[in-house]
Structures are given as structure tokens and as C-alpha cells.
Design a protein around this ligand. Structure first.
Ligand code: ZN
Ligand code: ZN
Length: 409
């Protein structure tokens, strides 16, 4: 019988980060996830990591901070926090984040605190974020259940049952089974995703046109020389890695000023510890000119108001409606899973790798190529079982890309 938790830790370390001999590893993890995170640390040393540096976080402590810390601290970021991130990145450290929290941990926190802090952090860590977005080093996000999160996903189960059930769903989503062999299975999965990229890159569409019965009718222009990516990527330091476990998406960047029409979200979004639900956005020449949400509208508007680029799109991603996560029918209240169950868009910053040669360009050069720049990047889900997407080429030729929520090719 294989130990699935160990297998998962090896998957994250060997496929996610692909830790190399002599490499530093930086891990951010909630303390509640310690049993899993410790196995990741052990697995990293087993493949030859030079040193693993830990940062532990805690929902309880962070809620106390957001509610009760002096109001002045939310406008400030300590230089040593930024320096630590920068220095370790310059030393080639790979970065693992364990994403697991109570989705509503920050309910009731003054939204202006969240907004100011997010802005201050974004400003202070510009250089670091640019390095990460350009894949200077391998990075990976993975998740395990914590009770508060599991109860939100399965409110009718007892805490223990909810945690067990969420484990089942997560193992299913990350392709870990009782038979073992997850690392090999992932290599095949990444190759399948690359094949979709190849087809989309060959088409070199000028526009994508989205329609469904929720009321989405959106035209997204793609920049010249855009590149679709998926599954594994190669860091600037030359290491193949998988940034999200699980991952089902194939993504590129839109031309930031070429988005027009209306898009309706198909799932709720967790934004800084708050839920935003039942929302839609209208775009004119790329800019969000109208936003409505039935729940959490102010959190959405705050995030879009962070800077000029936050009101433009930075990512367009395709995920089939029949992907394993989507088929489970579970709403995870965690973007890592929900975005991989659904076609999504992101407002805010674009990934430089989404245009040819983009990883070596600065933000002004990237903007000239049509890529958006912002301090934020927020994915939101728009896929439905009746979503159709047409690809339109420069010569006007129309190709079916999605029909009824799934790839048409
Ligand atoms: Zn995405
Ligand atoms: Zn994204």
C-alpha cells in the first residue's frame, strides 16, 4: 500500500519544483499543514536541496493582525521581508506555497486595511514579483485540507468527515491513486496539455469570441506573437517546473486594450479572505467600465482600483468542462482548484512568457507588445457547460475552439 501523503510530497518536490542538487528551497505554509509540509522538506533534502527555509503562517494570528494591529502598519512593508525574497530568488531558490486557509478568515476586516496593505506590498515587492512572473526560478502552489476550509466546502459533514472528503477530492484532482505512479502520470498529463498549446499556437488566432447562456458575450483580442503555455514551464534558471498542482489550464495573455463586451462569472471568487459572488464585468477597449456583484462588490471594486492596470485583463485560460476537478462538481472556494475546473480570465498583470521573447523584456516593452502591467493578478471563473468559443484568424476565418464547455478539437 503506498503512502499517499508521501507520494503527494514527492510529486510537489519532484514535478512541481523539480528541486535540483545544491539548490535552496523556500517554503510558505500554514502551521496546520505541518505534517504534509514536513514531508516536503524531507523530500527536498532527499533530492539534494542545499537548505530549506521555512515561513509558517497561521489563520488565527493573521486574523488578529488584520482586526487589531495599529492602523499605521497597513501602509508599511518592512524592507527585510522584501530583501529576503529578493536575495533568495537571486540565489536561485525555488519557492513552494501551501495554499490552505479558511476562505472567510478575513470576514469583517476593514476593507481599507486590505486595500492599503495590498498596495503597499505590491509597490515594495515590484522587483521580486517581476522576477517571479518572468519565472526567474521554479515556483509551485499546492494545497491540503484544513478543517475550516473543509467545513466551508462540505458544510453538512462533521469536521472530520469534511476533512476526509476534501482529501479524497484533492487526491483525485492531483491524480494520486492507491496504485502510485503519480510522477509518471503527471509527465503524461503535461505532454497532453502541451499538445493543446501546439494546436492553439499554430492557429495564431487574432480574436477569441466567448458566448454562453449566463449572458457572456465577450471578444478578446490576442497580441501578435502571443504564446499559449500549459503544464510545465522552464524557469530562466533552466529548470522545468509545474507552477500549479493541480493544473488543467492552457493560457495566454490578451491584448490589454482589445477586450470588448460582457463577461459573467460562473463561480464565486475568494478575494483576500472574502467571498465575491454573482458578478459580471463589462469591457470597453480593454478597460473594465462596469462591475456588479451580488456579494462582496466592494472587495472586487477595491482590487480593480489598486492601479490603472488592475482594470484590464492579463490572462485568458481554457479549461474543459469535463476536466476531473470540474466533473467532481465540488466548489472548492480556493482559486487553485476552482480555476482549474473552469475557463477563466485574470484581471491585472500578464505573464511575460505569453509573448515570444517576453521573459527578457521590461514592463514598457511588454506593454508595447500588448501585455498588461499591474501590481495585482486575480483569476476569476467564467466557464460553463454551454460555453462556446470561436477563434477568429487575421483573415477572418472562424474556427470552433470550444463547444458546450469542451475543446472542439
Ligand atoms: Zn490561469
Ligand atoms: Zn492566473
Amino acid at each position: 500500500m503506498i503512502n499517499k501523503l508521501e507520494e503527494y510530497a514527492h510529486l510537489v518536490v519532484e514535478i512541481g519544483l523539480n528541486v535540483q542538487k545544491g539548490q535552496y528551497v523556500v517554503i510558505n505554509s500554514p502551521i496546520e499543514c505541518a505534517p504534509f509540509t514536513r514531508l516536503c522538506v524531507k523530500a527536498a533534502y532527499e533530492v539534494g536541496a542545499k537548505e530549506v527555509l521555512m515561513t509558517w503562517t497561521d489563520d488565527f494570528v493573521s486574523r488578529q493582525y488584520w482586526l487589531n494591529a495599529d492602523d499605521s502598519v497597513f501602509d508599511e512593508v518592512y524592507p527585510w521581508i522584501v530583501e529576503k525574497n529578493l536575495e533568495m530568488t537571486k540565489r536561485g531558490a525555488s519557492r513552494l506555497s501551501i495554499s490552505a486557509r479558511n476562505p472567510e478568515n478575513l470576514k469583517g476586516v476593514d476593507p481599507s486595511r486590505l486595500k492599503r496593505s495590498s498596495k503597499a506590498y505590491g509597490e515594495a515587492s515590484k522587483e521580486f514579483s517581476a522576477m517571479l512572473m518572468a519565472n526567474a526560478v521554479p515556483w509551485c502552489i499546492a494545497s491540503i485540507p484544513v478543517p475550516s476550509w473543509a467545513k466551508k466546502v462540505f458544510p453538512d459533514l462533521s469536521e472530520q468527515e469534511a476533512v476526509d472528503r476534501l482529501w479524497e477530492e484533492i487526491y483525485n484532482a492531483v491524480r494520486i491513486t492507491d496504485e502510485g505512479g503519480a510522477v509518471e502520470r503527471w509527465k503524461k498529463h503535461c505532454a497532453d496539455l502541451s499538445e493543446k498549446c501546439r494546436i492553439l499556437n499554430e492557429h495564431a488566432f487574432k480574436y477569441l469570441h466567448y458566448t454562453n447562456s449566463l449572458g457572456t458575450d465577450l471578444t478578446v483580442e490576442l497580441p501578435e506573437g502571443h504564446v499559449w503555455g500549459a503544464g510545465s514551464e522552464i524557469s530562466k534558471s533552466g529548470i522545468e517546473f509545474v507552477a500549479n498542482i493541480p493544473t488543467e489550464e492552457v493560457f495566454t495573455a490578451p491584448k490589454f486594450d482589445g477586450v470588448n463586451g460582457k463577461v459573467v462569472a460562473s463561480k464565486p471568487l475568494i478575494l483576500g479572505g472574502n467571498i465575491v459572488d454573482g458578478f459580471s464585468m463589462t469591457f470597453k477597449d480593454g478597460k473594465i467600465v462596469e462591475v456588479h456583484a451580488e456579494q462582496g462588490e466592494e472587495f472586487l471594486k477595491n482590487e480593480i482600483g489598486i492601479d490603472e492596470g488592475a482594470s484590464y485583463l492579463g490572462e485568458v485560460a481554457l479549461v474543459p468542462y469535463d476536466s476531473p476537478i470540474s466533473k467532481s462538481g465540488v466548489l472548492f472556494y480556493n482559486t487553485l482548484f476552482d480555476e482549474n475546473a473552469s475557463c477563466h480570465l485574470a484581471f491585472g498583470n500578464a505573464y511575460p512568457s505569453c509573448v515570444e521573447g517576453g521573459a527578457d523584456l521590461d514592463k514598457d516593452q511588454l506593454k508595447e507588445r500588448g501585455l498588461n502591467y499591474s501590481l495585482t493578478h486575480v483569476d476569476f471563473m467564467i466557464g460553463t457547460s454551454d460555453l462556446n468559443i470561436d477563434g477568429i484568424k487575421a483573415n477572418g476565418e472562424k474556427v470552433a475552439v470550444f463547444r458546450n464547455g469542451n475543446y472542439a478539437f
